[in-house]
Design a protein around this ligand. Sequence first.
Ligand SMILES: NC(=O)c1ccc[n+]([C@@H]2O[C@H](COP(=O)([O-])OP(=O)(O)OC[C@H]3O[C@@H](n4cnc5c(N)ncnc54)[C@H](OP(=O)(O)O)[C@@H]3O)[C@@H](O)[C@H]2O)c1
Length: 310
Amino acid sequence: MFTVAVIGGSGLVGRAVMEMLAERADWRVIGTAHRRAGGALTSLDIRDPAAIDAFMARTSPDAIVIAAAERRPDVCESDPALARALNVDAVGAVASAGRRHDAWVLSISTDYVFDGTRPPYRVDDPPCPLNAYGHSKLDGEHALAQATDFGCVLRLPLLFGHATDLTESAVTSLVPAVVASAKAGAPAARMDAWATRYPTFTGDVAYVIRGLLERAASGAAVCGRAHWSGDEPMTKFDIAVRIARALGLDARLEPVASSVDSTPRPRDCHLDASRLEALGIGCRTPFDDALNCVLERYLALDPMRRLDAV
Ligand SMILES: NC(=O)c1ccc[n+]([C@@H]2O[C@H](COP(=O)([O-])OP(=O)(O)OC[C@H]3O[C@@H](n4cnc5c(N)ncnc54)[C@H](OP(=O)(O)O)[C@@H]3O)[C@@H](O)[C@H]2O)c1
């Protein structure tokens, strides 16, 4: 039976992948987590190479998806050792263990490996990260390539998906400010109208990853680098407008025409996804449909109380 290990099955991407792979009843899917281990998720700290080896020996996966990482740019900036441990060293350790087990390894990377000055970016365009997060993810790409040639880096842009906590994505983390700005007498919420993003639904990412795993299972694994991205350009201001509309709020939003982040960020890293499109792998849910679905699921228990609480 084709066995897949999803490292980081508790995260925003990992949960969507686990949900998508549950549809493949003919596969054995093993998810891991760190702080949120328990239930169906096996405990694994990817900073511990011996624990990785023991996990691989126990489970013998045919394919490994590395969805564990430190993905917060501000944390990577302030704690480069943690960023290196998770985004570089752990990728190398998992990929080396994967090679020893002849497993195909998919490692998730980011559009932030580019500087955002010359979009759209093709898979072979030279990277040039602007911040610590982008540097660590690029080093992680090199760590994967050094450890195995039976692997693939999948670069992704800003993601959003079903959230247990609104701060899990830079899309849903705008919700509290949008809601607050709609309250009587509240000041306008200032929103970045400088950087162009291509928010991508994790359900679509999971679909793409399942497609890549199906190719690996059929002996036609995709190796090297691949990109996936939504195709609707928008700034955080645009996203906030869409959130207000989805929630039926008369929000007061103010566009800010310069970067409002303390961590340097690229202006437009649009990823060219033609390699996967040519292989017939891909799925793009319209942004508003996916956003509605995410907000509905988040607010499902008690819409008014949850909105008041954010
Ligand atoms: N989110 C985005 O907008 C975005 C955009 C582009 C690319 N990406 C990339 O997509 C991938 C997934 O990101 P995400 O947004 O799903 O991240 P996330 O929600 O922050 O999830 C991080 C995952 O890493 C696990 N983890 C953290 N420390 C660990 C450790 N020491 N040992 C084992 N597992 C550990 C977490 O497990 P516990 O929670 O159980 O500790 C969790 O499953 C990352 O490679 C990220 O760089 C994300």
